[in-house]
Write a protein that binds this ligand. Structure first.
Ligand code: FUC
Length: 819
């Protein structure tokens, strides 16, 4: 049996490393920012990534995102009407509740027997009928409000420009009219936790507008003489029977008076006047204006629930009051310093011509018409990093959801929830490799209490130890199966109690990158251990003596049942589930060794590992998705869950050519898979692991060209649906990094999948497992040199093609390597 990364050279070394202490953590972090500063000081630094347009956004998917991890804004840049659509990370409809189907344990046993005795079609019908319960789903993440500025009579506009500087985190709109040049700058500061909008004009007294906050429901707003807008609200959920809207046919939970929320806005002007105009403010003849806004709810992540001891109004008011004591220049300077310190850690140059003088939407169009534009790929890469910072970072305490933090609807597609059968995992693929490790903090803040709730679920539903969570969950920590109706609740939900275990592996990878033993001990290991304990109880021995997941499924894909000819999902021991059991057990074994704890558990897991069903190759030469060589109902299905062992895990690898070749065939057979953004992103990563730069690049182009909308956010379905889903942005960014640097196989692997289109280039600041930061430059498709910076003093092997070099560096030291 092959072990995954824990058996690698990097991690073998890590096992003998001394326990990590908090002081060392601070030193390493200080050091990594000094590395970032070094990278910035390069004389040939590439220009900043700027998305820019010659016209205002007409639709939401053209507007430009700002985010500080807790609040988000989409800036439209209209001339006579400026709109900022606003979000706060925790504002959800609904409340905390679970749906436990009646007699679940009893019925579960019956279901297992049906599956084990080959009655899959009967089992599926039985499950949908007897192991589901209404309400099958939950309510949605909601838009917070709109900030609207209404100007009058600005006409004959020239020199219009709207841009988003990713390196600054500032959106700017500027134009001239009637001899006056107007300028608006918007940012969301993580330092002051406010949204700041600064308006100027180059003629005194030229700023005249009204200003208001609006929301479809559940709030009131009041303007005050001192230039404030006071917004107070509480989400009132009305049941479908009473005429309320419900997006889910299976129901979305109780009605009632739910989350409280509030916002405070303060306007400060130089010159002119501010007056109350109904529920709006009216600014007349001002020279300069600064608008400060902050929003809050009574949500408490530690409780995964409302907390009526929190007063959102005073939280929002306090943030605005504190920021208002600072001049704009200071707010902006503090924001720039904080934002750039994270954003500028990675510089990427993929060669090609400088096309930054062409607006982004025109560059996208030219790309579609066949114009090469590697620099636009760089913008897309950096935009993914920007979005992750904007939606998963302190002061935020929640992970990036299906839309990060940006949603303009009261009921978003898929509730904009946390989806754990690919989406939330993909959100965090770029976190460590693109040097944004602290974006993991907000994920962990939410995930840890979720696993506590999942313990109750494991006990009630299966009488099992440990914890579980299913494929869809929310800010209230939902840990019972969810789906839009009974069918989905069973098929996507209850059939996949391993979705949370997959997510837990994200914490393990974070540990592999950071080598942060304190994190391993306090967070990753206890969570993974709970996942393994659940799995030990959940597995059953089949007639062949294998430990099996029964029932099992492969996310959202169906096979043709050879008995009944029906399309089914229910089976035993899918490759997806078998892979997850394997990697979780291996991680817990490795973690327990490194922490020197739980020898008995380690022994049980090691014994179970030897009796997991083997990976199988089907008659057509592809990796089998199911334990039997079933015919796939949809051979090009968007999910490729049977290749988790290729990526993100490493149980299918080059040195095992039979499975490696089968993985290639599997990818070829899947083909486009409907051109879903995240599926294309997944294929970039998979082909990068195959070391096939051309195929990986093909999917990069597909993603940027077909799936990215005018603002570079991902269109879920091939550029036509205009439904934003964020994970393809994140998966694409991670995939581009994966083409340039890999470290899953115990080595630092340089340029493993470099395509011809990126013949000359460089990247600085990517991270590798084992505690390394790596800079790489290349020319004519060949490595010129790499610089390896060691953060933790672990030994490592650096690979380029088939050549390898051993590198031993003390913490804080670096070495230039040429092959
Ligand atoms: C998974 C995917 C869908 C969609 C949804 C939010 O269920 O299969 O394509 O991305 O998540």
């Amino acid at each position: 049996m092959k072990l995954q990364a824990p058996s690698s050279r990097i991690l073998k070394a890590a096992r003998s490393a001394p326990k990590y202490i908090a002081a060392a953590f601070l030193i390493v972090h200080a050091f990594s920012s000094s590395l970032a500063a070094m990278a910035l000081a390069r004389p040939d630094a590439v220009p900043p990534s700027i998305l820019w347009y010659e016209q205002p956004a007409e639709t939401w998917v053209e507007s430009l995102p700002l985010g500080n991890g807790r609040m988000g804004a989409m800036v439209f840049g209209g001339v006579n009407e400026e709109r900022l659509q606003l979000n706060e990370e925790s504002l959800w409809g609904g409340n905390q509740f679970e749906t436990y189907p009646d007699n679940f344990r009893e019925n579960f046993k019956k279901l297992q027997e049906m599956v084990l005795s080959g009655q899959a079609n009967k089992a599926e019908t039985f499950g949908v009928e007897h192991m589901t319960k209404r309400p099958t789903s939950f309510r949605s993440y909601q838009t917070f409000a709109d900030l609207n500025l209404q100007f009058e009579g600005i006409a004959e506009v020239s020199d219009y420009r709207r841009d988003l500087n990713l390196n600054d985190g500032v959106a700017t709109v500027s134009f001239s009219a009637d001899g006056i040049t107007y300028r608006r700058e918007a940012l969301i500061s993580a330092v002051d936790d406010v949204i700041a909008l600064r308006l100027t004009a180059n003629r005194a007294g030229a700023l005249n507008f009204t200003l208001g906050l609006s929301r479809e429901k559940d709030m009131k707003v009041r303007a005050t003489e001192s230039g404030e807008l006071i917004l107070d609200g509480q989400i009132i959920d009305i049941s479908a029977q009473d005429g309320g809207y419900d997006d889910n046919p299976g129901g979305s939970g109780p009605s009632g008076e739910h989350m409280k929320f509030a916002a405070r806005l303060l306007i400060q002007t130089e010159g002119g006047t501010v007056a109350v105009l109904g529920d709006r403010l009216q600014v007349a003849n001002a020279d300069e204006v600064l608008i400060l806004f902050s929003a809050a709810t009574d949500y408490n992540v530690e409780k995964l629930n409302f907390d009526r001891s929190i007063d959102p109004a005073s939280e929002a008011a306090e943030k605005v009051a504190q920021a208002s004591a600072k001049p704009w220049e200071e707010i902006k300077a503090d924001h720039l310093a904080e934002h750039r310190a994270m954003m500028n850690r990675v510089e990427l140059d993929l060669g090609g011509h400088d096309r930054s003088a062409i607006p982004t939407d025109q560059r996208l169009k030219a790309l579609d018409e066949g114009q090469a534009d590697p620099a636009l790929v760089v913008d897309f890469f950096q935009f993914g990093r920007y979005l992750l910072m904007g939606s998963s970072r302190r002061p935020g305490r929640l992970p990036a959801n299906l839309q990060g933090i940006w949603n303009d609807k009261i009921w978003a597609p898929w509730e904009s929830d946390y989806h754990l059968n690919i989406n939330l995992q993909m959100n965090y693929w770029p976190a460590d490799v693109t040097n944004l490790s602290e974006t993991m903090d907000s994920l962990v803040d939410w995930f840890e209490p979720l696993t506590e709730r999942g313990r109750k679920s494991a006990e009630i539903l299966y009488g099992a130890d440990g914890w579980l969570t299913y494929h869809a969950t929310n800010v209230f920590g939902r840990v019972t199966g969810s789906g839009s109706n009974e069918d989905s609740q069973f098929q996507n939900g209850f059939l996949d109690p391993l979705a949370g275990a997959w997510m837990a592996m994200t914490l393990w990878r974070h540990y592999e990158f950071t080598q942060d033993h304190a994190f391993l001990e306090a967070k990753a290991y206890p969570i993974l251990k709970g996942a393994a304990e659940f799995l030990l109880d959940y597995l059953v021995k089949d007639a062949d003596g294998y430990w099996m997941v029964v029932p099992s499924t492969s996310p959202e894909n169906q096979f043709i049942d050879p008995e009944s000819g029906e399309k089914l999902r229910i089976t035993r021991g899918s490759t997806y589930h078998n892979t997850l059991v394997r990697v979780v057990f291996e991680a817990v074994i490795s973690g327990s060794e490194q922490l020197d704890v739980d020898p008995e558990l380690r022994a049980s897991l090691s014994a179970a590992l030897k009796q997991l069903p083997p990976l199988r190759i089907g008659a057509d030469g592809t990796i089998q998705e199911w334990i039997e060589d079933f015919e796939e109902a949809e051979p090009q299905h968007r999910h490729i869950s049977h290749l988790l062992g290729l990526h993100p895990f490493a149980t299918i690898f080059e040195e095992d050519p039979a499975f490696f070749q089968a993985a290639i065939k599997t990818l070829e057979k899947r083909g486009f898979g409907g051109d879903i953004g995240w599926s294309n992103a997944k294929k970039i990563n998979a082909f990068a692991r195959i070391r096939d730069g051309e195929q990986a690049h093909y999917y990069v182009k597909r993603l940027v060209d077909k799936n990215a909308m005018a603002n570079l956010m991902d269109d879920y379905s091939g550029g036509h649906s205009k439904v934003f889903q964020i994970e393809a942005n994140f998966g694409g960014t991670a995939g581009i990094a994966e083409m340039l640097l890999q470290s899953h196989a115990g080595e630092i692997d340089l340029l493993p999948a470099l395509p011809e289109a990126w013949a000359d280039g460089s990247v600085t600041g990517l991270k590798a497992r084992g505690g390394f930061v790596v800079d790489i430059s290349w020319r004519d498709g060949a490595l010129t040199e790499a610089v390896v910076h060691s953060l933790k003093g672990e030994p490592c092997v650096v690979r380029y093609g088939d050549s390898r070099k051993q590198v031993d560096l003390a913490p804080g030291k670096k070495q230039t390597i040429r092959f």
